[in-house]
Design a protein around this ligand. Structure first.
Ligand code: ARG
Length: 475
């Protein structure tokens, strides 16, 4: 009968299975598949603390400006405390028909305290509510990850101080280039992580504006005090434009971009660890705590933690691309598309946190094979540049000419199957008559690294100084 929906529409209670928060408008419960695509409670329950804190601040403000009574406010406060206890204890009755964390908590509040609970949603909407909750969550995640990055930097800088003079081959194109020190290599990552921290700090500073009170999109007719709620939640101020407030997810994108760059750094280090602990390199040994065995090959020690840190980068970068794609082309203001913002952010934060912890652990434990690194550091004519520099410094040859002379000496040594120090003075003088025996002094790996004292160079003295400086900053 065509009149039936009309009748139900006017019924006092919403239809069975419908969302009680707006049952008044609806004659039919949602299709099961509608509920499945629509509900976010499966993942946004992670925001429960932020949601409760946001509601507390909102209720306090409503009472302060006289929109609700002080009696209602304290009932709301007590009700929210009880709900927090239920959620913590795992006894909270999450209901998928209530879609998300916001409506689950609000409905439960009304169930517990009646009309006072039903007054909480005055002068707000889920749109400004979720924008606020999510900013608070990302802010907490930034603080946690920043502490982890600092811990990772400390692990790297500590090992760098220990190995300021441990020589190893430096590579470009993964070809032997010039000797460097292991400490110098580790400190390169400390610099990367330091930039990661500042990127997160920048993101945090821009994020720290409160959207609460922007309501659905247009603001509200109630005489609210947005500065008060902003302050109560630890924000620096209130966002300026209500349309932007409910539709902006830049803070999540910036967080993901900064996280993706940090994860990329971790993946580069992970790749190096994987190469370094392979048998042909043998530069480092990972501890048992950070390796796995093989179910068939008894000799294997696999760098699984490093491989997974290398791989987790994919999730973090994927999260950034996913959210950029969700946001692209969305008209103002809020659209349900934006509910898809949370899972990528949660997943990225978790992946990055795990990768940082695993990397710090590996670095604290790893045992460098100094003898092996020294051996390889001196191979492949790695001190050829030192030889060329000597020709410039002592004989006054133009660098380009010195480069050419050195190239001929390298070819000669290669032909003879010796390294540069293995050539006789006579052989060298056949190529460049001005060469004296002094040249042999610059051909060793130790002389090479010790000479690189320029600012930011690999000289052990410089590296020790930089490691000390970092450890001071980090402590
Ligand atoms: N669960 C929603 C989200 O995460 C909350 C906001 C819903 N707003 C709305 N107008 N349906 O985006």
């Amino acid at each position: 009968m065509s009149s039936e929906p009309m009748l139900q529409n006017q019924a006092a209670t919403p239809p069975q299975g419908a969302n009680a928060q707006w049952g008044g408008r609806f004659a039919q419960a949602p299709a099961e598949i509608m509920q499945r695509i629509n509900a976010s409670i499966g993942f946004d329950r992670k925001l429960w603390r932020q949601d409760i804190n946001g509601s507390r601040a909102h209720a306090a403000m409503l009472a302060h400006v006289g929109i609700i009574s002080a009696v209602d406010q304290s009932a709301i406060d007590a009700g929210l405390t009880a709900i927090a206890t239920e959620i913590e204890a795992g006894t909270f009755p999450f209901d998928v028909a209530l879609e998300d964390i916001h409506m689950n908590i609000e409905a439960r509040l009304a169930e517990r305290i009646g009309d006072a609970g039903r007054r909480l949603h005055t002068a707000r909407s889920r749109n400004d509510q979720v924008a606020t909750d999510f900013r608070l969550w990302v802010r907490d995640a930034i603080d946690g990850l920043t502490a982890q990055i600092t811990d990772t930097m400390t692990a790297f800088a500590t090992r760098a101080a220990e190995h300021a003079a441990t020589v190893m081959p430096g590579f470009t194109h993964l070809q032997t280039a010039q000797p460097v020190t292991f400490g110098h290599h580790l400190l390169a990552y400390v610099e990367m992580f330091a930039r990661d921290r500042t990127r997160l700090a920048d993101c945090r500073a821009r994020l720290n504006q409160c959207p609460l009170g922007s309501a659905a999109l247009a603001g509200t007719s109630f005489p609210i005090d947005r500065t008060m709620t902003a302050q109560a939640l630890g924000f620096d101020g209130a966002t300026a434009n209500s349309l932007d407030s409910v539709s902006d997810r830049d803070f999540a994108l910036e967080f993901l971009a900064a996280s993706a760059i940090c994860a990329m750094h971790l993946s580069r280090f992970a790749e190096e660890i994987i190469i370094w602990c392979s048998a042909p390199y043998g530069f480092v040994r990972l501890s048992d705590a950070f390796t796995t065995g093989s179910s068939i090959m008894p000799q294997k020690r696999n760098p699984d933690a490093a491989e997974l840190a290398r791989a987790k980068t994919g999730r973090v970068t994927g999260a950034l691309v996913a959210l950029l794609t969700v946001m692209k082309g969305l008209p103002l203001a809020y659209a349900k598309d934006m509910q898809e913002d949370k899972e990528p952010v949660f997943e990225a934060a978790e992946a990055l946190s795990l990768s940082l912890a695993a990397t710090a652990g590996m670095v604290r434990d790893l045992i460098p094979n100094s003898a092996r690194m020294r051996e390889v550091a001196g191979s492949g004519f790695s001190t050829a540049t030192d030889l060329a520099d000597w020709l410039v410094r002592v004989l006054g040859l133009p660098f380009r000419t010195a480069h050419h002379v050195t190239g001929r000496l390298v070819a000669c040594a290669e032909h003879r199957g010796v390294d540069l120090a293995g050539l006789s003075l006579k052989e060298m003088q056949d190529v460049e008559p001005g060469i004296t025996a002094d040249i042999f002094g610059v051909l060793t790996v130790d002389a090479s690294v010790a000479s690189r004292t320029s600012l930011g160079g690999t000289a052990p003295a410089r590296v020790a100084e930089a490691a000390r400086r970092w450890l001071e900053v980090l402590s």
